[in-house]
Design a protein around this ligand. Structure first.
Ligand code: GLN
Length: 486
């Protein structure tokens, strides 16, 4: 195995012994990128190799090599602000936006010694499930180039699956980390709402958004989560939780081998495509051969999708109001024109169709006369769902579902059918609405296409999810899967 496709937690050990191995690792990684990226297109911005190598070598010279992620190449979703590196949200609106500051997660990654190699493609402003609403180009699934890698963090997932990055960051408002993780046979975690700071994340729907780790094994996921999580006074929704070493906690839990009570969301399994169901059942057999499983029903899954889209669009219509072409956004001529003309041109040229549609629908559900019928009702449903789920958690440690009810679709298949696209989020939106952590684990392949299994747990039980994910990783053997892109 080349260094480029080795796992992160192994690499850090190797680099500790000889930090100059990092140069070789980065060279090998960029060789892969050069060979594979033209076909996959996971990145929007890629930093040049010599710049990245120089950054690492300078740190070695300074003796600044102690960070827990020292030398590891991280791909960052392009809605997370990086000082001096363009951050576009895959939108014409921010095509030339170079942030003057780092997001908190980026500051923490740099402090941990990680190297940011580039910014990854995504659905425009994270609105989508396939990475096809990107204003630039779609990303392709490294396991099958005719298929989408999922979304909206599709670039991050594809970079991992193709061995073009060791770790990656995504954001998850309704499934955007877990969906692409499932579609690319990688691991992705949406943390508890408030565990990871959102300072510097371009907001989509603030009551749902969460940044999270993506990787090719559970250990790397845990390591990355430790680096990015913890209280941040600059995010008012940040929880006052002390920093934790998730890799150590995972190993402790692993050696204790607790037998957990797991609810199988039978209705969501039954509602999935056959190929998905087969893989998920096999993974569940492995899980339930040791843990205590019982069938449960997730209440009102279709209502959850409706409530999610109402809340997400309402918040998006407010969050995206700032892109007016004056303070933010693409520049349009202002000389001698009314503000209405300027705003209209900026927002028509700057936003793609999906974003404009959501702003319009979001404004509609908030408008006088419709607010109670849609927005307030969705909020009420959200509270009900939370009560019901916590009701289940009174006797269950975790709930298992498929991550996605469908196999990775062909390019063009899902975006052209918005209702089907929105419904495909049925398993993932629950965790966002309720604010709980959820993880996607590779569960197998159907016709060569990856399938993911999702586990949800009560707030702040990330260690439990990592433990169960590792249980599956060891039983099924899906770790460090790298697609040979052909
Ligand atoms: N597919 C969902 C949406 O379009 C989720 C996106 C996300 O999590 N950012 O809203």
């Amino acid at each position: 195995m080349t260094l480029a496709t080795e796992l992160g937690y192994r690499l850090v050990e190797e680099f500790k012994a000889d930090p100059y191995r990092i140069t070789k690792y980065l060279e090998e990684l960029y060789e892969r990128v050069e060979r594979i990226e033209p076909r996959v297109r996971a990145f929007i911005t890629l930093r040049p190799l010599d710049e990245v190598v120089k950054e690492v070598e300078e740190r070695i010279k300074r003796g600044d090599t102690e960070g827990p992620l020292f030398g590891l190449a991280v791909a960052v979703k392009d809605n997370i602000c990086t000082r001096g590196i363009r951050t576009t949200c895959a939108s014409r609106m921010l095509e030339n936006f170079v942030p003057p500051y780092d997001a908190t997660v980026i500051e923490r990654l740099r402090r941990a010694g990680a190297v940011i190699i580039g910014k990854t493609n995504m659905d425009e402003f994270a609105m989508g499930s396939t990475t096809e609403t990107s204003a630039f180009y779609p990303t392709r699934n490294p396991w099958n180039l005719d298929r989408v890698p999922g979304g909206s963090s599709g670039g991050s997932a594809a970079a991992l699956a193709a061995g073009m990055a060791t770790l990656a960051l995504g954001s998850d408002t309704g499934g955007s980390i877990r969906n692409p993780a499932a579609f690319t046979a990688t691991y992705g975690l949406k943390p508890t709402y408030g565990l990871v700071s959102r300072f510097g994340l371009v907001a989509y729907a603030s009551s749902l958004d969460q940044i999270g780790p993506m990787a090719r094994c559970v250990e790397d996921l845990a390591m990355l989560l430790s680096a990015i999580s913890g209280h941040d006074p600059r995010d008012s929704t940040s929880l006052d939780a002390p920093p934790r070493d998730y890799l150590r906690l995972l190993r402790e839990e692993w050696s204790r081998e607790p037998r957990l009570r797991i609810g199988i969301a039978r209705n969501l399994v039954e509602g999935s495509e056959e190929g998905v169901r087969r893989c998920v059942e096999r993974a569940l057999d492995a899980l339930c051969s040791y843990h205590d499983c019982e069938d449960v029903e997730i209440p009102y899954p279709r209502h959850a999708v409706a409530a999610y889209y109402i809340v997400a669009m309402a918040e998006a219509s407010s969050n995206l109001a700032r892109y007016d072409g004056v303070r933010y956004g693409i520049e349009v001529g202002v000389e001698g024109r009314s503000w209405v003309e300027v705003f209209k041109e900026a927002r028509t040229r700057g936003f793609g169709y999906e974003v404009r549609k959501r702003i319009a629908l979001g404004a509609y559900v908030l408008s006088a006369g419709y607010r109670d019928a849609y927005y307030v009702k969705a909020l009420r449903f959200r509270r009900l769902l939370k009560e019901r789920l916590y009701g289940l958690f009174r006797r269950l440690d975790a709930i298992a579902t498929p991550t996605m009810p469908i196999l990775p679709p062909r390019l063009g298949e899902l975006v052209s059918d918005p209702i089907r696209m929105y419904l495909s989020d049925v398993c993932t939106v629950i965790a966002n609405l309720v604010g709980i952590p959820a993880i996607s684990v590779p569960a197998g392949f159907s016709d060569g296409l990856p399938v993911g299994l999702q586990l949800m747990a009560p707030a702040l039980e990330e260690v439990r999810l990592l433990y169960l994910a590792k249980f599956l990783q060891e039983s099924l053997g899906f770790r460090n899967l790298v697609a040979e892109v052909v």
